[in-house]
Write a protein that binds this ligand. Structure first.
Ligand code: UT7
Length: 332
């Protein structure tokens, strides 16, 4: 058995900045409402014809690989977390394999929405532990803005979700290093329809139809209140689970990197755990909620800001559509 660790992280976000004032031109909302309820001041949205989930992922991957000092031929597996793939099929993993010019390595897609990156990291951890692979590219990338209802009907989700990509290279830890200590994964499908997107659906009469488009079934639909209530409970549970599993306490955490769902959710967890500001990483103010992208983007930025130091204990936690939720404990 080998230990695995994150060797480096990278990220890419589209150039187009969408402010709250710009959203107020599209729907009945305001900068004050968005900042007060979500903490978001601006977010990035893709530019059609320029940004794709694949090319954003490739830029994030290149940055992670450069920082890790690994070459193209060193990567022997891709795990791609996204719920907004470029095609209905094939998955985004194979598109990234082509874009990066990798050898014919395996490529796996993960569709666990906001907790997708931690699920993907957990899978990478198992492959490294067993010795099957030595260096795995783990990506979380989304273009959510094309699935948002930008009318008054969709305003509660349109103000939150955004676009961006993050990637990490996971490899074997050196002797004496611990790296990824544990991962904890959960789901509860009875809440599937609290945050979902119906179309394209294989079990409908047709995957795409005029009626379906008129009904707006291709828009993301969210019951924000229900998601919020479950999120605060599950985030706490899954962090406590990781601490208990490793016989650690909240005081051992050097940096908590929560999925960037809503600043109020992160602040609630921070308050419950009595963590000082410097021990919680937030970037939702400028990037919004990029679903599977938030945690790897946050890791990349935290590293740039010198907030990931060798031997630090890092806790990752996420909750979202499914519901599915997850945590990971890492020694950096
Ligand atoms: O990524 C993981 C999954 N997603 C999440 O974790 C998101 C969790 N949920 C949330 O972040 C929050 O529920 C939202 C930000 C989506 C909504 O905030 P809220 O404080 O829960 O607002 P609400 O849904 O209870 O709505 C309060 C009021 C309503 O008006 P009335 O009925 O009180 O007159 C809404 O219609 O705010 C209204 N509203 C808005 N007003 C201005 C909802 N969205 C907006 C908006 N601008 N964008």
């Amino acid at each position: 058995m080998y230990n695995s660790r994150i060797l480096a992280a990278g990220h890419y976000v589209p150039e187009r900045i969408v402010t709250n004032d710009e959203l107020s031109q599209m729907m009945n909302t305001s900068n004050e409402w968005i900042v007060e309820r979500t903490g978001i001041q601006e977010r990035r949205w893709y530019t059609p014809g320029i940004d794709t989930v694949t090319n954003m992922a490739a830029k994030a991957s290149k940055m992670a690989m450069d920082r890790a000092g690994v070459q193209q031929d060193d990567i022997d597996f891709i795990i791609f977390a996204t719920i907004t793939p470029d095609y209905f099929l094939p998955g985004n993993g194979v598109l990234l394999q082509r874009e990066m010019g990798f050898k014919t390595i395996g490529a796996l897609d993960i569709r666990n929405a906001c907790s997708g990156f931690i699920y993907a990291l957990s899978v990478a951890d198992q492959f490294i532990k067993t010795g099957m692979y030595q260096k795995i590219l783990v990506v979380g990338a989304e273009i959510q803005s094309s699935a948002l209802d930008k009318s008054d009907d969709g305003r509660s989700s349109a103000v939150i979700f955004a676009d961006g990509a993050g990637a990490v290279v996971v490899g074997r830890a050196e002797a004496g290093q611990t790296g990824i200590i544990s991962t904890h994964l959960h789901s509860e499908g009875s809440h599937a329809e609290e945050l979902y997107c119906i179309a394209p659906s294989s079990s409908g009469k047709e995957r795409i139809s005029k009626e379906l488009i008129e009904r707006g079934d291709f828009f993301l639909k969210m019951n924000g209140n229900a998601v919020f209530k479950h999120a605060v409970v599950r985030f706490m549970e899954v962090i406590q689970e990781a601490l208990a599993f490793n016989q650690m306490t909240k005081d051992d955490i050097d940096l908590l990197v929560p999925h960037q769902a809503n600043l109020r959710i992160s602040q609630y967890i921070q308050q419950k755990l009595e963590l000082p500001d410097q021990k919680v990483f937030n970037n939702i103010m400028h990037l919004g909620n990029t679903t599977a992208g938030t945690i790897p983007i946050a890791l990349s930025q935290a590293w740039e800001q010198g907030r990931l130091k060798e031997n630090d204990l890092i806790c990752l936690a996420a909750f979202g559509s499914g519901f599915s939720w997850a945590s990971a404990m890492l020694r950096w």
